[in-house]
Write a protein that binds this ligand. Structure first.
Ligand code: NAP
Length: 169
């Protein structure tokens, strides 16, 4: 059985990694859909789809479960978004999400949706990582080493500071 996990992963942090590991305990393979693939170079979405795929692929390299990181662009029509997403992904049978819209859309599409796969939400959050990058605080402790490497490779901290706007929360 294959499970789907959707997120923006801006960037991929220890919380995301742990959630993928939790999902991998229940299914043989995990499809990680990298949402909002068209977005990058903003304070809320600093990293490109390719950079995020690279973060996820490297961070999960030594993990036992097979994972596929698949970029999926947003669509201005929620009613057909699950069909859009499925057209890019290997077949999956169960969806893991806590996002009410995603839960609703996949349930309407006939999928089993499993909720509650969280890991230390108070500690690990993409918003917190991005905020620390902007403010010069220690963001590195919140992400896997492989993600640090990708951020450094693309000069990601300087990028997010350059594109920062006042309304980034
Ligand atoms: P999101 O907008 O990226 O994140 C929403 C919030 O949920 C963030 O604070 C996120 O934290 C948090 N979160 C993510 N995974 C979590 C988890 N396992 N447990 C608890 N909180 C979690 O939404 P998303 O659900 O992660 O990603 C949804 C993606 O699907 C987006 O790219 C969205 O655009 C796309 N989508 C598109 C359409 C459409 O195009 N019509 C429709 C539905 C969804 P972090 O920042 O730490 O990840």
């Amino acid at each position: 059985m294959r499970g789907l996990h959707v997120g923006r992963f801006q960037p991929f942090h220890h919380g995301h990694l742990k959630v993928v590991d939790m999902i991998a305990e229940e299914v043989e393979e995990v499809v990680v859909a990298v949402g909002s693939a068209q977005k990058s170079h903003s304070t809320r979405n600093p990293f490109t789809a390719g950079e995020r795929v690279s973060m996820i692929t490297k961070a999960l390299e030594d993990h036992e479960a097979t994972t596929y990181a698949i970029p999926v662009e947003d669509l201005n029509r929620n009613a057909v978004w699950t069909e859009h997403l499925k057209s890019f992904c290997p077949p999956f049978q169960v969806v893991y999400s806590n996002n009410p819209l995603i839960v609703r859309l996949f349930e309407e599409d006939g999928f089993e949706v499993r909720k509650g796969h969280l890991f230390e939400r108070d500690r690990y959050s993409g918003t917190e990582v991005r905020q620390r990058m902007i403010e010069g605080d220690d963001w590195r402790e919140l992400v896997p080493d492989e993600v640090e490497d990708v951020v450094d490779e693309v000069d990601g901290v300087q990028r997010i500071r350059d594109v920062d706007e006042d309304d980034y929360y």
